[in-house]
Design a protein around this ligand. Structure first.
Ligand code: ADP
Ligand code: MG
Length: 271
């Protein structure tokens, strides 16, 4: 078995504000091994983004422990690449400038890291666009640039928070396919948060279903599909629908009238 990269043990998180306390995460246990691609799905407001904020050290748990490579997380963001819904590219920097930004901010820009970043741009088809500005790129390409910026400093763990949600459906399929390939090629460990069940199944080796807030793990499913690794092709696998139905039920949608209609439309979108 591959070594454990991330380990959350009995993690609880309470948000305090002047009026009240709010339990956002309760007894969350989760282990991710090197090279795994794990997707987390859960209702909106269940605590998914909060878990990512804990993992990158932006906030600290009220109790419990979080370990990255066996060490408790102390320094925010160390060894972690965080990609958000919005790409946060700087409009006034070209692609190359944006890709190097993370390295500059982290004081890691040197000859070696620069050439690694340029090689990533080459390898993933962005070399010809390196002097372009973000406004000249499609949404999907911008997300790819954001991913390469994150990969440039060679993080041990990638955190992806609904990275495709601002894209239209076609781009979403294409970009998720490309990003999956890049992440696997680079042998990265990734945690993808999404509310899109089909996206989770098509991209991940394992899907974790969260309960409603406070978040804990409701169900874990190892995804085994008889299909090539590409997410687009994985959507065609015969086992896909079975996983979809299981996760759909776990999310408590099965009994609702509107749920049935929505399910039909989501499935036809997924296929
Ligand atoms: P998700 O990403 O699953 O939609 P979040 O982790 O963003 O959920 O939020 C979980 C709950 O915690 C929500 O009820 C949200 O309003 C609350 N919350 C998130 N961030 C904060 C914060 N900084 N302070 C107080 N409450 C927060
Ligand atoms: Mg969120």
């Amino acid at each position: 078995m591959k070594p454990i990269i991330v380990e959350l043990k009995d993690v609880r998180l309470i948000y305090h504000d002047p009026q009240a306390e709010m339990l956002a995460i309760d007894t969350l246990n989760l282990t991710v091994r090197e090279g795994e691609f794990v997707a987390v799905v859960g209702p909106s407001g269940s605590g998914k983004t909060s878990m990512l904020s804990l993992l990158c050290g932006l906030i600290t748990p009220t109790s419990g422990t979080i370990r990255l490579n066996g060490r408790e997380i102390m320094v925010p963001g160390e060894g972690i690449g965080y990609m958000l819904q919005r790409d946060h590219l700087l409009d006034w920097r070209d692609v190359e400038g944006n890709v190097l930004l993370g390295l500059e901010v982290k004081h890691m820009l040197n000859q070696e890291t620069r050439s690694r970043a340029m090689e990533l741009l080459n390898r993933y088809g962005l070399h010809d666009f390196r002097k372009n500005y973000p406004r000249q790129l499609s949404g999907g390409m911008r997300q790819k640039v954001a991913l390469i910026r994150t990969l440039a400093f060679d993080p041990d763990l990638l955190l992806l928070d609904e990275p495709f949600s601002s894209l239209d459906y076609q781009s979403r399929l294409r970009v998720s396919d490309e990003m999956h390939e890049i992440i696997k090629d680079e042998h990265k460990t990734a945690i993808l948060v999404t509310h899109d069940i089909a996206e989770a199944i098509s991209m991940a080796d394992r899907v974790i279903v969260f309960t409603e807030r406070p978040a804990s793990v409701k169900r874990e499913l190892s995804i085994k599909l008889s299909a090539p690794p590409s997410p687009i092709l994985r959507r065609q696998a015969p086992e896909f629908r079975g996983y979809f139905d299981l996760i759909w039920k776990e999310l408590d949608n099965g009994e609702q009238q509107t749920g049935i209609q929505l399910r039909t439309s989501v499935l036809s979108e997924a296929n």
